[in-house]
Ligand binder design. Structure first.
Ligand SMILES: *Cc1c(COP(=O)(O)O)cnc(C)c1O
Length: 361
């Protein structure tokens, strides 16, 4: 098969990947993807539809998304001196950062278990990837190992998600600051779960020349819009902006996100409910013999089941209760026997707890 054109031309690192798998969820209670389970109130939907009626899709979008950026500055504590860059989801921002920095020998560093797209996008961009294991006890940063890896590998960029996915914990901010100071290149603090925690590095953008903070509207309840946001020093943001495709944020997204953020109080109420329900779900999980949940600052809970049972629990939740969760067993040694449960509505959480009591007991 030496003349197989796929083998001949497709890069080996791409052939070695498996495509990002999204399971079929039609008809299921969807607790696998950290979505906000609440839709918009009826009156807000109608108002939104009226706004959309006035949009002219024959024209290209505003390439700078000026109105939306101004709205984001109102909605979030973006320091005045910080520049903003928007992506088609924060996934696209990760890709833009990689495209900006990819060069022979250029390395992305992150922690593991962590967000899988950092590793995937490193492969897309032909960059090296190195994941430093978190501490087994509490999923905290292993600072000696991280600082050693930074000194040895000189990564062009370090990604840390805070709260972290899939572990749900925050990292010690003093340790993150030490990492920023030790880094030879860019440090991206990924705040995808900002709506579910009080901690944030966004107000600290500008304190270091190499810190950028990434956010998304996905987890607050706008996953369908695909909008990610990067805030950072203008010098970095201007370089990354050069690899952005000219009209990456479509008009419907710009107008819808601007509209939604004008009604941010609605989403704040929803995320406040999710935070309260997270506490109730955590307590209920802790009450089930054989389950060990970890405290979470995000809208999901990582839970360890009895040894060797994650696959069966995952399968039976779907088959017997119509509930889709994420099985993480096999994804990383620290995630053995683990499942990740997105916080749903109180009814969905109750159905999940009922089913888990039946399956695990
Ligand atoms: C979900 C998630 C994202 C992706 O967000 P999108 O804006 O939907 O692309 C980024 N980082 C982390 C850690 C996430 O969990």
């Amino acid at each position: 098969m030496a003349d197989d054109p796929i083998e001949r031309w497709v890069r080996p690192e791409i052939r070695a990947l498996s495509a990002y798998h999204v399971p079929e969820a039609a008809g299921l209670i969807k607790l696998d993807a950290m979505e906000n389970p609440y839709t918009w109130p009826e009156a807000l939907r109608r108002e939104w539809a009226a706004v959309m009626e006035g949009v002219d899709v024959n024209r290209y979008p505003d390439p700078q998304a000026t109105a939306l950026k101004a709205r984001l500055r109102e909605a979030w504590p973006v320091p005045e001196g910080a520049a903003l860059l928007l992506g088609n989801g924060s996934d696209e921002i990760i890709q833009m950062i990689a495209l900006t920095l990819a060069a022979p020998g250029s390395c992305i560093l992150s922690v593991e278990p962590g967000f899988v797209m950092y590793r995937m996008i490193a492969a897309y961009a032909s960059m090296d990837y190195h994941g430093v294991p978190l501490r087994g006890e509490d999923f905290g940063l292993d600072m000696p190992a991280l600082l050693e890896a930074v000194a040895r590998l000189r990564p062009s960029v370090i990604f840390v998600a805070c709260p972290n996915n899939p572990t749900g914990n925050l990292f010690d901010p003093a340790q993150v600051r030490a990492l920023i100071e030790a880094a030879p290149g860019l440090v991206v603090v990924d705040e995808a779960y900002a709506p579910f925690t009080d901690a944030s590095f966004l107000p600290e953008v500008g304190r270091w020349p190499n810190l950028v903070v990434m956010r998304t509207v996905s987890k607050m309840g706008l996953a369908g819009l695909r909008l990610g946001v990067l805030a950072g020093p203008a010098a970095w943001v201007e370089e990354i902006d050069k690899v952005r495709l000219p009209y990456n944020i479509n008009t419907l997204t710009q107008v819808s996100a601007d509209f939604a953020l004008r009604h941010k109080a609605v989403f704040d109420d929803q995320t406040r409910c999710i935070r309260a329900d997270r506490t109730a779900l955590f307590d209920a999980l802790r009450g089930i013999d054989g389950l060990h949940p970890w405290p979470s600052e995000a809208n999901f809970i990582l839970v360890r089941g009895p040894r060797g049972c994650a696959g069966e629990i995952h399968h039976r939740l779907q088959a017997e209760a119509g509930i889709l969760v994420k099985n993480l067993h096999g994804a990383h040694p620290l995630l053995a026997d683990c499942l990740r449960l997105t916080v749903g509505t109180p009814e969905e959480n109750a159905a999940l707890i009922d089913a888990l009591k039946r399956i695990v007991a």
